[in-house]
Design a protein around this ligand. Sequence first.
Ligand code: PMT
Length: 410
Amino acid sequence: MINGKKILLCVTGGIAVYKAAALTSKLTQAGAVVKVILSESAAKFVSPLTFQALSKNEVYTDTFDEKNPKVIAHIDLADWADLILVAPATANTIAKIANGLADNMITTTLLAATAPVWIAPAMNVHMYDHPAVKKNIETLYNYGYRFIEPGEGYLACGYVGKGRLEEPEKIVSLAETFFQNRTGVLAGKTVIVTAGPTREKIDPVRFISNHSTGKMGYAIAEEAFKAGARVILVSGPVSIDAPPGVELVKVESAKEMHKEVFSHFEDSDAVIKTAAVADYRPKIQYEYKVKKQDGDALIELERTKDILFELGQKKTKQILVGFAAETDHIDEYAKRKLEKKNADMIVANNVSQEGAGFGTETNIVTIYKKDGFSESLPLMSKQKVAEKIINEVSLLIKDMSEYEDRECNC
Ligand code: PMT
């Protein structure tokens, strides 16, 4: 998939520049056409000649070193690329791009680029944790840049923690997935996936929640992305990283999840509601920490909005998939949910079974569809279950498109 694809690698100055040389080599070996821009500081770590030899292309370092009088190099490179990787990306370059600066060959090219840009940060763990860096990353994320999260481990500065440039093999595999996506069965489709628990606040230090870890939903988001979809992952608080390439929208409460899902719903083709959304929230949410008193305490609860139900009322072309976390009467409750919530598919898991449901790496599910079809799957990894769900969703989307085409012709 990567064969013949044009990748512009922007290398900024940090010790991880040596890994960018390996990345250049691996991308080139995989068949990509790689052009490299080195920042002035990157060139202090590894010479441009290394990148030239590995990419078999001229290397760019200076905005004013125009190699071809017929074009303006930074515009030409920006237009040329199918994908731009910034690896390693220093805190300094991240800050510059986030603020729209264009003071060197890399930042000027990035400002002129319309191709997707993937940023792979590498820096000291405390730098990566600094609020300014976090804010810049968030700004860039909202501009549509995507991030390849740094790995954890020994850092050149002597610290151990998050900040290592992702391994070149992994970056190549992500690039391969990216190009594969463009021809995948869900190419051009937008899929919303919800995942994780919600937290319903009692007071500033207490909340009501559940055991969802997000593993099932994140696996689905990853498979949907691999199948070529634009994926919007609306997630409650979890401690796992979002799969690269998906658009992560973080929420806390059922109310916030409701808002975010509906703000993207109209333009979506499918919604997969894996999240374990709270059915109730405290009627009063205190702004101060409630003091304990003698005797028992009562928390009065009120219903949250049933997001899946409301989506079922409002859907037009969207395929709607709900989950059912049950401990008994699985078949009966799942079928009831399918009908009551006007869903196209329900994935039921018996969460009392070992290896199924919350927190596990595996799941045991039965899929129910509107046309009466049902299929019970054996114990499988959540990733495999996700793959199966995405296959089913692709078929449903295909059926819906064919139906819409027929309606148009009438
Ligand atoms: O995150 P993991 O640790 O990997 O665990 C995965 C899981 C067990 C959370 C997942 O497989 C699962 O079963 N998710 C649905 C959990 C749940 O809330 O089930 P439910 O039967 O209570 O809800 C039915 C459906 O309605 C769900 O799609 C839910 O997202 C939706 N719902 C529920 C309540 C609400 N207020 N709004 C909703 O949209």
